[in-house]
Design a protein around this ligand. Structure first.
Ligand code: PLP
Length: 436
């Protein structure tokens, strides 16, 4: 196996086709189409399909780590991050709650009870509010007066969390420009909620995804504390939601319970929940991409290279060319949110300038430019740490198939999870996609 480690995260390495594929495919059953046999099946899979392998042991271990580091904080897993049913069932078996951002039907379909769901979107379609109400899902967030009116009409008995906008400068993905009420508006929002006879139970925030500094949580927890301290007439605030933002690597680096203990000590009577997404799934999934085409091109646009005669003369000296690899997923799929990190540093010496392009005919579907060893058609590229904000994204733009998802789990963890059904391991493709 040739292996190229590009960076610590995501970790990319290439493998030869023959070596690893078969060992990954132990749990999936497919009924063969007419005129297909096992050979054509293997051929199709090797040549065309991107696929993921998800390791449920990793999800299990993350849960254990969470309980050790943040025993007072109940995680409500953010379904939007990776709505794979195996992940949801694993977390449900471990007793976590769920953060849904639209209709809550997906998690309810696997038996999650309404008390374990928070509808954590501050701007919701009226029909989804009604649906949540009909299903008995009471906990939801808001950050504006118009939303309060909609909630009055659709779910007057909802238990509300006021989402505040907090400093997201320590995070790679900012959320506060779009979500959260500024502290200056908190008073009038709570007053309006009171006038509408709505029940506000507490405060939520999100420091932004991929937070790299624990000080962001400290600032946000302190701001939430200010809101609690306002002692507003008519409300008994006893719920704090510290949102998501925890990286998939090293929870202890971004949050320890110090700020919580300072502002919301265990005897404060405040229940603390969180909405981690990336933390639970990022490191559990690897995406396997196939190189199905390649071509050598000028590394700079033709317009910058002089006349075509000059171009022809310099062609082949190796300095001005790069290799384009066309791979089986791209910006219209798993890479839509997760652009690979531009400052990735390859560890290997034998490198050439290459770029990776998604399979579609959109010229902007260019994943990244990087220096890497040469690959051939049929080789595979493995993208590790790729379970967050990848799986729910693929479109079928240009007719390219969505990646297949294979799941692995060790017998010990499987036994511990004690699943009632295993049917969900057979096919993920036909599942409903309406509730993440
Ligand atoms: N909660 C809300 C409201 C979000 O918008 C998000 C992500 O966008 C999350 C939780 C999950 O965040 P993360 O994956 O960074 O933990």
């Amino acid at each position: 196996m040739s292996q190229v480690c590009l960076c610590y995260k995501p970790l990319i390495h290439s493998v030869n086709v023959e070596t690893d594929l078969q060992s990954m495919e132990t749990s999936r059953i497919e009924v063969l189409e007419v005129n297909k046999n096992s050979e054509t099946f293997i051929d199709d899979k090797i040549k065309e399909l991107p696929f993921y392998v998800g390791n449920l042991d990793s999800v299990f271990e993350k849960h254990q780590k969470w309980q050790t580091l943040l025993p007072r904080v109940t995680p409500f897993y953010a379904v939007k991050c990776n709505n794979n049913l195996a992940v949801l069932r694993t977390l449900s078996a471990l007793g976590t709650g769920f953060d849904c951002a639209s209709k809550v039907s997906m998690v309810m379909s696997i038996g999650v009870t309404p008390d374990k769901i928070i509808y954590a979107h501050t701007t919701k379609p009226q029909s989804h509010i009604r649906y949540a109400c009909a299903q008995g899902v009471d906990m939801m967030t808001f950050d504006n007066k118009e939303e309060l009116l909609k909630i009055t009409r659709g779910h007057p008995n909802a238990k509300l969390l006021l989402r505040i906008a907090v400093d997201d400068s320590k995070s790679q993905v900012k959320l506060s420009t779009k979500f959260g009420a500024t502290l200056g508006t908190v008073g009038s929002l709570l007053k309006r909620a009171h006038e509408l006879d709505l029940d506000v139970k507490g405060v939520s925030f999100h420091v932004g995804s991929l937070c790299t500094d624990s000080v962001a949580y400290r600032w946000a927890i302190e701001e939430a504390h200010h809101v609690f301290e306002q002692r507003l007439i008519g409300f008994h605030l006893d719920l704090l939601d510290i949102g998501g933002g925890f990286s998939g690597h090293g929870l202890e680096m971004v949050l320890n319970s110090k700020a919580l203990d300072e502002f919301f000590p265990a005897d404060s009577g405040v229940r603390v929940i969180a909405e981690p997404g990336r933390y639970f799934v990022d490191s559990a999934f690897t995406l396997a991409l196939n190189v199905f085409a390649r071509k050598k091109v000028w590394s700079l646009p033709i317009s910058q290279k002089g006349s075509s005669k000059e171009l022809l003369l310099s062609y082949g000296n190796g300095l001005d060319t790069m290799i384009m690899y066309y791979v089986t997923d791209g910006l219209h799929g798993a890479f839509g949110i997760n652009k690979l990190h531009p400052d990735m540093k390859p560890f290997v010496l034998a490198q050439i300038p290459v770029c990776y392009l998604g399979p579609t005919c959109d010229s902007a579907d260019r994943i990244m430019d990087v220096w890497m060893p040469e690959l051939n058609i049929g080789d595979w590229i493995l993208v590790d740490n790729f379970g967050a904000y990848t799986i729910p994204l693929p479109t079928d733009f240009n007719g390219f198939e969505k990646p297949t998802i294979y799941l692995v789990v060790t017998p010990q963890i499987w036994k511990m999870l004690n699943f009632k059904v295993i049917v969900w391991m057979l096919s993920e493709r036909e599942r409903e996609r309406d509730s993440f």
